[in-house]
Design a binder for this molecule. Structure first.
Ligand code: ADP
Ligand code: MG
Length: 396
C-alpha cells in the first residue's frame, strides 16, 4: 500500500494529532448513536499502547467558521469517555494556548479532545496558517477520518503536509477494502448501481463500466435506461432527458467488455405507498398509468446468478423503493444472496451509500458483507474514481 500506517512510525513520547469523524447524531445535547465514536477506539488504543499521547481533532455539524455553542464538541465528551473508557480532557479551542494547555495537562493514557475545527473559517478554506497553528501542537498527524477525506480542509489535508502523516486503523481498513474491491480486485467483478436517479450517479457509472466485468442497474435509474432503449415506463420515476447519456454509458460498457444487466421483469403499482396493489410484468410491459417500483423475481434470479459467478461485488443504490413493502423484495433477496455467498467465502462484498447501508441493514445482510462503508460522500467520490485529497496527502 502506498500510504503509511501506524506501524510505520515510532510513537513513544510523541503527541499525535489524530483527525477523527465523531460527527454523531445528537438530540437535546445527548449523543443518540455512538457508532462513529466506537469506531475510533482501535486507533486511540494503538497510539496509547505505543506510548503516544492522543489529541483528537474533529469537526461537528456546519458552524460555517463561527463559534456556535450547540455545535461544541464538548457535548460528546461523556459519550467519548464511556466508549473509550478513558479520561477525556476537552480544550475549548483547536489551536492556541487553550489547546496547548489541555495537552500539557494530560497524563499518560488520557485523551485530549480539541474543539470543533469548523469554528475557524480557515478549516474549510484549507488555510495554511490555521494548519500551521494546529501542527505546532503535535509531532505526528494521524488521519482516521476517511469519511472527511474527500474534502481538502486544514485538519484533513493541510495538516498532513506539515507533519509526518499516517493512516489510522479505521482509515487503513477502509482503504484496504476499497482497494480490494476496485483497485486491484479479484475478478470477475460485479457492480450493482441502483437508487433514484441517473443524473446523480453519472460519474460513478462512467467510471465503473471501465473497471468492472458486470454492471447491474436497478432502482429508478434502471427506468431511465429502459427509456433509452425505447421502452415505455408509464408513470415511473425516470429522467427522460437523460436518454442520450444512458445510451452513451451503454456504448462505453460494450466497448470496455462490461456486461450490463437491466431488469427483465418489474413490479408495478398505481400508488407509491406501503402495501399498494401491485403486479409483476415483463419490463417491456409497464402500463401507461402504472409505475415501476421494484425489480421482479426473474431479474433477481439473474442477479443472483451473476453474483454466483463473480468473485467481487461492489454495491451502491437499492434495486427498488425499499422503504415501502413489498417493494423492498428485490433489494432484500439480492442482499441476502450476497451475504450468504460472502459467508461461504465465495464473494468479497463491499457496499456503501446512505440508503444502501439502511437497505442492507433492513435486509439483515450488512453483518455478513466483507465491508460496509459508512463514509457517504467520500465513498461515492472514491467509487467515481476521484482522488480524495485527504488520502492523497497521506501518500507523501
Ligand atoms: P444511496 O443513498 O445508497 O446512494 P440513492 O439515494 O441513490 O442511494 O437511492 C435511494 C432511493 O432510491 C431510495 O429512496 C429509493 O426509494 C429510491 N428508489 C429506488 N428504486 C426506485 C423506483 N423504482 N422508483 C422510485 N424510487 C426508487
Ligand atoms: Mg441516498
Amino acid at each position: 500500500m502506498a500510504w503509511k500506517t501506524l506501524d510505520d512510525a515510532a510513537l513513544a513520547g510523541k503527541t499525535v494529532l489524530t483527525r477523527v469523524d465523531i460527527n454523531v447524531p445528537m438530540e437535546a445535547g445527548r449523543v443518540t448513536d455512538t457508532t462513529r465514536i466506537d469506531k475510533i477506539r482501535p486507533t486511540v488504543e494503538d497510539i496509547i499502547a505505543r506510548g503516544g499521547r492522543v489529541v483528537l481533532l474533529a469537526h461537528f455539524d456546519r458552524p460555517k467558521g463561527k463559534v456556535v455553542p450547540e455545535m461544541s464538541l464538548g457535548h460528546v465528551v461523556p459519550a467519548l469517555e464511556a466508549s473509550l473508557g478513558r479520561k477525556v480532557i476537552f480544550a475549548p479551542d483547536c489551536i492556541g494556548p487553550a489547546a496547548a494547555d489541555a495537552i500539557a495537562a494530560a497524563s499518560a493514557g488520557d485523551v485530549v479532545l480539541l474543539e470543533n475545527t469548523r469554528f475557524h473559517a480557515g478549516e474549510e478554506k484549507n488555510d495554511p496558517a490555521l494548519a500551521a497553528e494546529m501542527a505546532r501542537l503535535g509531532d505526528i498527524f494521524v488521519n482516521d477520518a476517511f469519511s472527511a477525506a474527500h474534502r481538502a480542509h486544514a485538519s484533513t489535508e493541510g495538516l498532513a503536509r506539515l507533519l509526518p502523516a499516517l493512516a489510522g486503523r479505521l482509515m487503513e481498513a477502509e482503504l484496504k477494502a476499497l482497494d480490494a474491491a476496485l483497485g486491484t480486485p479479484v475478478r470477475p467483478v460485479v457492480a450493482v448501481v441502483g437508487g433514484a436517479k441517473v443524473s446523480t450517479k453519472l460519474d460513478l457509472l462512467g467510471n465503473l463500466v471501465a473497471k468492472v466485468d458486470h454492471l447491474v442497474i436497478g432502482g429508478g435509474m434502471a427506468n431511465t435506461f429502459l427509456v433509452a432503449k425505447g421502452i415505455g415506463v408509464g408513470k415511473s420515476l425516470a429522467e427522460r432527458d437523460m436518454a442520450d447519456t444512458a445510451r452513451a454509458i451503454l456504448e462505453k460498457a460494450t466497448a470496455a467488455g462490461c456486461s450490463v444487466h437491466l431488469p427483465v421483469d418489474v413490479v408495478v403499482a398505481r400508488e407509491f405507498k406501503a402495501g399498494a396493489a401491485h403486479e409483476v410484468l415483463p419490463a417491456t410491459a409497464c402500463p401507461e398509468d402504472a409505475m415501476i417500483l421494484d425489480a421482479g423475481p426473474m431479474t433477481v434470479a439473474a442477479i443472483v446468478k451473476v453474483f454466483e459467478n463473480s468473485a467481487t461485488l461492489i454495491w451502491n443504490g437499492p434495486l427498488g423503493a425499499f422503504e415501502i413493502a413489498p417493494f423492498d423484495a428485490a433489494t432484500n433477496a439480492a442482499a441476502r444472496s450476497a451475504a450468504a455467498l460472502t459467508r461461504d467465502g465465495k464473494l468479497i462484498s463491499v457496499a456503501g451509500g446512505g440508503d444502501t447501508v439502511a437497505a442492507l441493514n433492513q435486509a439483515g445482510a450488512a453483518a455478513d458483507f466483507t465491508f460496509i462503508s459508512t463514509a457517504g460522500g467520500a465513498f461515492l467520490e472514491w467509487m467515481e474514481g476521484k482522488e480524495l485529497p485527504g488520502v492523497k496527502a497521506l501518500m507523501g
